[in-house]
Ligand binder design. Structure first.
Ligand code: NAD
Length: 367
């Protein structure tokens, strides 16, 4: 098989800083695990605008369509706030998601034991938490027509349309069931079938797709109850399947169960390419953090964990992904912390580069 290809787009703000640490990890896997990647690097967001006048050059877009996976840092920053909407840094990221047709957004919420005190919930509610939210990303109420603000009589009306075709639901559901097969074989589908026709169809299609996965236990829950259960007893879930709007809210809610924004990876997957791998974009959930950019304070773990997701979901290297996650767990258990992870007891925080080096040391120790 040919060497898997990876396009790295560090972006703006802390993006390049955290990506430097990911490069160390990629190099480690090449040197120590014989896992070579054909890595290329390019510009996105404000960095691309500065050079090309657009937040994503056509050549970069074309390259993103060819590679096995794209790994992105973050985009945006105050320098670009006054730009026209059409060339704002975020448009680069949106273009990637749209043209790669990345319909399944994977947001894990995993609580490392060493950070259980960071959650706003009680430690025993979140310790050991490991759930995955699959959010449909390219349809639903954020895209449905008609939409707009219209005159009606002597007042205005704002309209958005929740619209889902069976095939749009089916491909998201399949992504969730495939994931569950690699995990604890449980899918909970969340919608509002009690008050929305699109929810009734969602439930029907999820049930139908579930028949193709007899080993996976499928349950259904109204999304409002899902929100309550996520903060009451999140460990009851394995994979949560939901639509674009509910997924937007539920995934942010689940994210906060685990503490810091600097710890949260994500993946967005599309249809399989000719080689069987899904189109894929991996990125930390956090933004470009202009308040700490250039100061060596950023936590690189979210971006490193995004690479771990790439190992697992694009490169069939689940064992190596687990090795990397375990290394991060060991680093945190040893008490190593970047500034965002410092508790009230204080201490001296590690810099971005020092945290990256700790992860490499822990990887060395895993051999
Ligand atoms: P942000 O995620 O950049 O920062 C929020 C807070 O979390 C800040 O205090 C920041 O210092 C902290 N933080 C974030 N990541 C961290 C890390 N890895 N380590 C330590 N601390 C971290 O969100 P924001 O401030 O709302 O947005 C800043 C810029 O990022 C804006 O231009 C916004 O549009 C952009 N943004 C981009 C993305 C993306 O690229 N996917 C996502 C969100 C926001």
């Amino acid at each position: 098989m040919s060497t898997p290809s990876l396009l790295i787009l560090p972006g703006d703000g802390i993006g390049p800083e955290v990506m430097t640490e990911v490069r160390k990890v990629i190099d480690w896997f090449g040197a120590k695990r014989d896992l070579a990647f054909d890595v290329s690097e390019d510009l996105v967001g404000g960095a691309a605008y500065d050079k090309h006048g657009v937040p994503l050059h056509d050549d970069t877009m074309a390259r993103a369509q060819e590679v096995d996976a794209v790994l992105l840092g973050a985009v945006g920053g105050p320098k670009y706030d006054e730009l026209d909407f059409s060339v704002k840094p975020e448009r680069g990221l949106l273009r990637l998601r749209k043209e790669m047709d990345l319909f399944a957004n994977l947001r894990p919420a995993q609580c490392f034991d060493a950070l259980a005190d960071f959650s706003s919930l009680k430690k025993d509610v979140v310790a050991g938490l490991d759930i995955m939210i699959v959010r449909e990303l390219t349809s639903g109420v954020y895209f449905g027509e008609p939409r707009g603000i219209f005159e009606e009589g002597n007042e205005r009306v704002g309209i958005n349309t929740q619209r889902y075709t069976e095939s749009e639901i089916e491909r998201a559901a399949r992504a969730a069931f495939e994931l569950a097969m690699r995990r604890n074989k449980k899918v909970c589908s969340m919608e509002k079938a009690n008050v929305m026709e699109s929810g009734i169809l969602w439930r029907e299609v999820a049930t139908r797709v579930g028949k193709d996965y007899p080993e996976v236990e499928l349950s259904h829950m109204y999304a409002d109850n899902g929100a309550m259960q996520l903060v009451r007893a999140p460990k009851q879930f394995d994979v949560i399947l939901t639509d674009n709007l509910f997924g937007d809210i539920l995934s942010d809610c689940a994210a906060m169960l685990t503490g810091s924004l600097g710890m949260l990876p994500s993946a967005s997957l599309g249809a399989p390419m000719a080689n069987g791998r899904p189109k894929a974009l991996y990125e930390p959930v956090h933004g470009s953090a202009p308040d700490i950019a250039g100061q060596g304070k950023a936590n690189p773990i979210a971006c490193i964990l995004s690479f771990a997701m790439a190992l697992r979901y694009s490169f069939d290297q689940g064992d190596e992904a687990t090795r990397l996650e375990n290394a991060i767990e060991a680093v945190l258990a040893s008490g190593a912390r970047t500034a965002d992870l410092m508790g009230p007891e204080g201490g001296t925080p590690l810099s971005t580069a020092e945290m990256g080096d700790k992860v490499i040391e822990a990887l060395d120790q895993s051999l």
